[in-house]
Ligand binder design. Structure first.
Ligand code: SAH
Length: 365
C-alpha cells in the first residue's frame, strides 16, 4: 500500500485499480502514512496557510428534491427564509470587519433569485468590498445565467457533482440529470470561474468503486476547489433513517484528492465537524487547506439544516472566527485572511473593473 501512496505522491495519479486497492485494504498504519503524505503535499504548495471563507446561507427555498437534503422542496417541516440585499450586505460588512476577503453565497435553487436580482446583489458586494472574492453556490443554471453572474463580478462557483455513479445519482435526484450537472461544471470552467466540484461519502449503497469514480471524475475535470463531506441524515427526508457516512473514509478521500490535485483548494467541511468534534482539525492534517465559517444571521442558521445536528448554528460570526482560528492553530497551521485564489488565478489581489481601468488610462494619457 505504501508503494501506491508513494507513486501517487510522485505522479499525482494512480490507476483506478490501485486506488480501489487502497480503499479496500489500507491498515491504520497505511492511512496514517497517506494523511502524512497529503499533508506534505499541501505544505509544498501552500505552506502552513489555511484560507478562510465567510459563508452566507442566503435562502433555504429550493425547487429540487435531492433525497438527502434537509431543505428539499418536499420538506414541509422547514421554515423557509430569504435574505434581502441589505441583509446580505450586512453579513459581508460584519465579515469584512472580521477580516474575511471571500464571501460564499450559498442557497437552495430558489427561483426568486432571478439573474437580475443576483446580478444586483453581486454588483453591490463587489462595489462595497472591491478587495473581496465572491463565490456562488446556487445550483444548476443556464450558460447565459452563469455568464451574467460572472460579468457582474462573481469569481468562483461551487457545484458539487454529489456522486459520479450514474445509478446512485439518478436514485438520489428525482427529476434531475447527472449529465446536465456535469455540463454545468464544464460551462462554469469555460466561462473563467474558479470551480468547485465534490461529493458525499457514505451515501446509501455507495461502493468503494463509486468513490474511485468520484476521484477519477475530479482528476478529469481538474477543478480549483473540491468539497468532500460525509453524508449525514436529516430526519424529515427520505434518507432520514440511513446511517451517516464514515469520518475515516471521508478523511481518506480528502487526502487522496490532495494527492491527485496537488494545488486544489480543499475545505475541511462543517459536516466533518458535526460527526467528530475534532473532524475539521483531522481534515486539515489530511491535506485540507480551507475553512468556511458561517456569517449567516444567527436567527436563520437553524433553518438552513441540510442535515441534523449541524454545528455552530447559535454562534455569532465573531465567535466562529475565533473558534476556527483556535482549531487551525491547534492543528499546527496558521490562518491566512487573504483572498486565497487558486495559484493559477493569482493575477492581482485587487480586481480593477474595466470601467476603472479605462478611466485610469484616459487620465494617464
Ligand atoms: N443548491 C446548491 C447548494 C447545495 S447545499 C447546489 O445545488 O449546489 C451544499 C451541499 O451540501 C450539497 O452540494 C451537498 O453535497 C451537501 N449536503 C446536502 N445535504 C446533505 C446531507 N444530508 N449530508 C451531507 N451533506 C449534504
Amino acid at each position: 500500500m505504501k508503494a501506491h501512496i508513494d507513486q501517487l505522491f510522485e505522479k499525482s495519479d494512480l490507476s483506478d485499480k490501485a486506488l480501489l486497492a487502497l480503499l479496500d485494504g489500507m491498515s491504520d498504519d497505511d492511512v496514517h502514512y497517506l494523511f502524512e503524505s497529503a499533508r506534505r503535499k499541501k505544505q509544498l504548495h501552500y505552506g502552513d496557510s489555511v484560507y478562510m471563507r465567510g459563508l452566507i446561507e442566503f435562502t433555504n427555498y429550493c425547487k429540487q428534491r435531492c433525497a438527502y437534503c434537509g431543505i428539499r422542496a418536499d420538506n414541509g417541516q422547514v421554515e423557509r427564509y430569504r435574505l434581502n440585499k441589505a441583509q446580505i450586505l450586512q453579513c459581508c460588512e460584519e465579515g469584512h470587519a472580521l477580516g474575511y476577503r471571500t464571501f460564499v453565497l450559498q442557497g437552495g435553487e430558489d427561483p426568486f433569485y432571478t439573474d437580475d436580482r443576483l446580478v444586483d446583489i453581486i454588483r453591490s458586494i463587489k462595489s462595497s468590498f472591491s478587495d473581496c472574492a465572491v463565490t456562488l453556490s446556487v445550483g444548476e443554471r443556464s450558460r447565459e445565467s452563469y455568464m451574467r453572474l460572472k460579468e457582474a463580478g462573481a469569481n468562483r462557483y461551487l457545484l458539487r457533482h454529489e456522486t459520479a455513479s450514474p445509478s446512485l445519482y439518478a436514485s438520489l435526484h428525482p427529476g434531475m440529470s447527472q449529465e446536465n450537472r456535469i455540463q454545468c461544471l464544464y460551462t462554469l470552467k469555460s466561462l473563467g470561474y474558479q470551480v468547485g466540484a465534490g461529493f458525499m461519502v457514505g451515501l446509501p449503497n455507495q461502493t468503494h468503486a463509486d468513490l474511485v469514480a468520484d476521484l477519477r471524475f475530479l482528476k478529469q475535470l481538474s477543478p480549483e476547489m473540491v468539497g468532500i463531506g460525509p453524508f449525514i441524515p436529516q430526519k424529515d427526508t427520505p434518507l432520514g433513517q440511513v446511517p451517516h457516512g464514515s469520518v475515516r473514509m471521508t478523511l481518506i478521500m480528502v487526502a487522496l484528492t490532495r494527492l491527485l490535485l496537488p494545488q486544489v483548494l480543499l475545505p475541511s467541511t462543517t459536516a466533518l465537524g458535526t460527526l467528530d468534534s475534532k473532524g475539521r482539525e483531522k481534515a486539515l492534517r489530511a491535506g485540507a487547506n480551507v475553512v468556511m465559517p458561517n456569517l449567516s444571521p444567527t436567527d436563520v442558521r437553524e433553518q438552513y439544516a441540510l442535515y441534523d445536528n449541524k454545528i455552530c448554528t447559535g454562534d455569532e460570526a465573531a465567535h466562529c472566527r475565533q473558534c476556527i482560528e483556535r482549531r487551525i492553530v491547534s492543528a499546527g497551521f496558521r490562518v491566512d485572511m487573504g483572498r486565497g485564489d487558486h495559484p493559477d488565478y493569482q493575477t492581482s489581489s485587487v480586481e480593477i473593473s474595466p470601467e476603472k481601468r479605462y478611466a485610469d488610462i484616459i487620465r494617464l494619457a
